[in-house]
Design a protein around this ligand. Structure first.
Ligand SMILES: [Zn+2]
Length: 295
């Protein structure tokens, strides 16, 4: 597996009380869409969620993870991306039924919600539930920021094909908590500049050049980028723990019926295989009546 070149950039306007983030995701996006053969409309939706999650995770001031989830009664029952403070991301979508050709968030998700769950490694979990009142995911997230952080925030989220490769990228511009009077005008000025971004520029140009094209009249301080990568938390050990909960007899029944146990991860496409010998040795290590102590 090649190392991901994907990066998240944070930047700050020297003369305004405004900060920004820029993320460009190639390998991470490809990993997620390659795990299952998702239809193009669902790939685009996952790409948008991926960009959103990366931008949101970058706002965390503590170690933890964020899950950005769309769920509803439309053909896409669930689309979810999870990311942590290391910018390790993974995601999955569940599709049932016919997808509309001209797909947007409403036709794909139907009556549904955007659910943002913030899980600090230490401390209380926070969950925000937002109605899908806006036509785009970016719009719904802006509503979330208005509701939760009460800081003016704008997002530009783009997905698409560029030179035959799936691309996902985005920008977030957020006002800092400040009191200056020109605050709103400054923010609107930067939003208008950011609005001129073209998909191709965002997908292909280095971050420095994107920022220069957008804000060449303004002083921008660009911080060291953070690498972004696909990372799945599944493992053979986790599957073994799940089998211990299933119990030896039931596990052996599955082996008898199917020849082996095939545990499949929806997030990364990995298969974990266990035959009769694997099951026997797994339960030999931990006697069946001790399994409760593992939970
Ligand atoms: Zn996995």
């Amino acid at each position: 597996m090649t190392m991901s070149q994907d990066q998240l950039h944070r930047y700050l306007f020297e003369e305004y009380e405004v900060r920004g983030e820029l993320v460009q995701l190639d390998q991470t996006f490809r990993h997620i869409v390659d795990a299952q053969s998702y239809p193009l409309q669902v790939q685009a939706l996952l790409g948008e969620l991926l960009v959103a999650t990366s931008l949101l995770v970058a706002t965390l001031k503590f170690e933890g993870s964020i899950t950005v989830q769309l769920q509803g009664d439309g053909p896409v029952k669930l689309a979810v991306i999870n990311g942590d403070h290391n910018q390790h991301l993974r995601g999955v979508a569940r599709v049932e039924g016919e997808l509309p050709a001209e797909a947007d968030i409403h036709s794909l998700i139907g009556n549904g919600q955007l659910i943002i769950t913030i899980t600090p490694e230490q401390g209380e979990r926070y969950q925000g539930i937002i109605a899908l009142s806006e036509p785009t995911l970016a719009g719904c997230l802006e509503a979330y920021f208005a509701q939760s952080e009460q800081l003016p925030t704008r997002l530009w989220i783009r997905t698409g094909m560029q030179d035959g490769e799936p691309k996902a990228a985005g920008i977030m511009v957020q006002a800092l908590p400040a009191q200056s009077e020109d605050h709103e005008a400054d923010f609107d000025h930067l939003v208008q500049l950011t609005n001129t971004i073209k998909d191709e520029e965002l997908f292909t140009l280095p971050a420095e050049e994107v920022l220069y094209r957008l804000y060449n009249q303004d002083k921008v301080r660009l911080f060291e980028p953070q690498p972004v990568a696909f990372h799945c938390t599944c493992s053979r050990e986790r599957c073994q723990n799940a089998l211990l909960q299933v119990g030896k007899e039931e596990a052996l029944d599955i082996v008898r019926e199917h020849g082996q146990i095939d545990m499949h991860c929806d997030y990364c496409g990995s298969h974990y295989l266990f035959d009769g010998v694997d099951v026997e040795s797994l339960f030999k290590v931990v006697p069946a009546n001790d399994t409760n102590q593992l939970h």
